[in-house]
Design a protein. Structure first.
Length: 373
């Protein structure tokens, strides 16, 4: 994705020092564009937990690079000591955030690759680096393909509307910033815009951390996509008045049965879409599927974050990034970070392999190698 005309991914190895991982500090966006160096697993774990980087795909890529940093830092005296250290760092990374399944998926993929490399520490470090790069490249490529499949939905609506702008509503940031490139929910939007199909995006602000207002709006703006930020509760009204043609959201974990965990508030958008006959799609790369759990509401762990994220709001005041209290000082606040949208409310899933219905049969037809359940 281009930022002021220059192409960036959201995570990469420093050009002249491949022992350093570089990320864009998302805590500072949209006010400041700052690239941060990470050289230790502890720094990577903090970056994930504090949401300097965030979003399911990027969390997965960060876990991949985090495991490469783990390999670089591990003791070199013996292979068993090296492996034990890397495995312990994997547990540290996995503990940072519970809901996005990409995190554990990437750590486990790295552990397998490092274990499978020849019994030589240099070879194991090289394998960790190759695997981190492969996870990142795959994420970018899968999101590109999600765009190619998902753009058909927008094209079809555009044809039906005689070329009038297609209004897409999205929640949170499932954009380029939440992945390595392109994004999941935004990939079809960028593909449509690049193909000259008029598209306009309703951007849910996404309290409490405002990933929509701060991040989605910023990246759509950088790409020149027309958009309007709305307060979280606006979507239902817009749908009742025919002002939303399509909802596309991302997901932090989708079960092979079709239940979808995504940023808190997604469920309410799905209910409103269902009530108003608005198609509700979820875009995801296969790294966001959970092939084990069956019942989203009962089984998906929902992260609870600190109350201060609800009580304080960040913003820019006279050029300075500040935070202000928006509740009575003593009121307690609860901060459930995700909710689950049952499969019955989801029109379809847009994956790197194509579009399918949100049910076990349709999902497993796209991923037949997972059929052993
Ligand atoms: O808590 P965050 O910002 O990491 O939230 C995760 C998300 O980015 C969203 O829920 C998103 O829609 C999922 S798609 C990456």
């Amino acid at each position: 994705m281009n930022v002021q005309g220059k192409h960036y991914r959201t995570i990469w190895l420093k050009q002249d020092d491949p022992t350093v991982v570089q990320i864009i500090d998302q805590q500072l966006l949209p006010y400041h564009f700052v690239v941060v160096d990470l050289t230790t697993v502890a720094q990577m774990a903090t970056a994930i937990a504090d949401m300097q980087l965030r979003g399911a795909g990027l969390i997965g890529a960060a876990a991949g690079y985090g495991m490469y940093l783990a390999a670089l830092q591990a003791p070199t005296g013996s292979v068993p000591a090296f492996m034990a250290s890397v495995a312990a760092d994997g547990d540290t990374l996995k503990a940072t955030r519970p809901t996005a399944v990409n995190l554990a998926w990437a750590v486990d993929r790295q552990l397998q690759a490092i274990a499978a490399a020849p019994d030589d520490i240099r070879a194991k470090i090289d394998a960790a680096r190759r695997t981190a790069e492969a996870i990142a490249d795959e994420d970018a490529e899968f999101c590109r393909r999600i765009g190619q499949h998902g753009v058909r939905l927008i094209e079809e609506i555009s044809r039906r509307k005689g070329g009038q702008a297609v209004n897409v509503l999205t929640h949170c940031n499932a954009g380029w910033l939440a992945f390595v490139d392109f994004g999941s929910a935004t990939a079809p939007i960028y593909a449509a815009h690049d193909a000259g199909i008029p598209v306009h995006v309703w951007v849910d602000e996404t309290r409490p951390r405002n990933q929509g207002a701060r991040l989605t709006a910023w990246e759509l703006g950088q790409h020149g996509v027309p958009h309007t930020v709305i307060a979280d509760n606006t979507g239902g009204h817009l749908m009742q008045h025919g002002m939303v043609d399509l909802v596309i959201v991302g997901t932090d974990r989708t079960l092979y049965t079709g239940d979808v965990a995504n940023k808190i508030g997604t469920y309410l958008k799905a209910l409103a879409a269902h009530d108003n006959g608005v198609p509700f799609y979820v875009a995801l790369p296969s790294s966001s599927f959970d092939w084990e759990k069956r019942d989203g509401v009962k089984e998906i762990p929902i992260e609870q974050r600190g109350a201060t994220e609800v009580k304080l709001m960040h913003g820019l005041y006279r050029g300075e990034a500040v935070e202000v209290l928006v509740t009575p000082e003593d009121s307690p606040a609860a901060n459930y970070a995700f909710d689950v949208t049952p499969a019955r409310l989801v029109t379809g899933l847009v994956t790197e392999r194509g579009i399918c219905e949100a049910n076990e049969g349709s999902i497993l037809n796209l991923y037949p190698e997972k059929k052993q359940h």
